[in-house]
Design a protein around this ligand. Structure first.
Ligand code: ATP
Ligand code: MG
Length: 249
């Protein structure tokens, strides 16, 4: 079993706030790793450091044994590390199809090259349809992004990230604001993704996380207080006290 992404005592402070403190995580290839923890625990900040949006205060990030701690965002994306954001980041004036096609075009060599070759244009269009099919938005390809339900917008975000053909995809609360039905659909999509790629999921719905994850890391006040299988996490006394115990579900 190989580890694709790992951190070594990763920390990020904002002034006196230790948003992430000596965090260690091990993400195995083609597995689903969930990161859970209360509001303000540092989950999004952790993602921001992993993906180069914030520089680390101290510690290291390794992707396939390569130290990427100081790498700029575009280099990190090129390695195959893609993410979605907690807040929608769609082109709302473009259609669903265009949103995904643009992302696919960028991945496949940029606009000029695509427009100059009929074959590569077809290739990008085919990939776009396949991605839309995967995230369940084929029927809504012609809708504008701002006409979609909130749940569909979140699915489109996943589609855009997938169009970048990632090796590892980091999702930040993809089910936030979704109905139960939408949540079920995206959950099974996320699970399916691990047939091909590695997925890291930040998610508040503990039961969902317990049912689909291979491994869970629990963050609390900037620290990762436990890492293990859903069963191990459920039984962990520290986790119960800091997080699970205070939740109703
Ligand atoms: N850009 C920033 N500048 C200053 N402080 C920040 C910044 N981003 C995050 N923080 C602080 O870092 C801590 C962790 O926040 P973060 O958003 O990472 O938590 P989270 O686990 O993602 O929470 P949530 O579940 O609500 O999304 C909080 O105390 C937050 O106020
Ligand atoms: Mg967050």
């Amino acid at each position: 079993m190989s580890i694709v992404l790992k951190t070594d005592n990763l920390s990020k402070s904002f002034g006196g706030v230790k948003a992430v403190h000596n965090a260690n995580i091990n993400v195995e290839e083609r597995k689903l790793k969930a990161v859970i923890g209360p509001n303000g625990a540092g989950k999004t900040t952790f993602y921001n450091v992993l993906t180069g949006y914030f520089s680390a205060t101290s510690g290291e990030v390794y992707f396939m044994d390569r130290n990427i701690t100081k790498m700029p965002i575009h280099e990190i994306v090129k390695l195959g590390i893609c993410r979605t954001f907690q807040i929608n980041t769609l082109f709302i004036g473009a259609t669903v199809f265009e949103n995904v096609r643009i992302a696919s075009q960028i991945k496949n060599g940029g606009s000029y090259k695509i427009l100059s070759s009929r074959r590569s244009l077809k290739n990008v269009n085919d990939k776009t349809w396949a991605t839309l099919d995967k995230v369940g938005l084929k029927d809504k390809a012609k809708s504008f992004a701002n006409e979609l339900s909130y749940g569909d917008q979140r699915s489109l975000e996943v589609g855009i990230a997938l169009a970048g053909e990632p090796k590892i995809l980091l999702l930040d609360e993809p089910t936030a604001g979704m109905s139960d039905g939408e949540t079920k659909r995206i959950a099974s999509l996320i699970r399916e993704l691990t047939n091909d790629i590695t997925v890291v999921l930040v998610e508040h719905d503990v039961e969902l996380v317990m049912s689909i994850s291979d491994s869970i890391s629990v963050m609390n006040q900037g620290e990762i207080i436990a890492e293990g299988t859903p069963e191990e996490i459920r039984k962990n006394e520290l986790v119960k006290k800091a997080y699970l115990g205070e939740r109703k579900n």
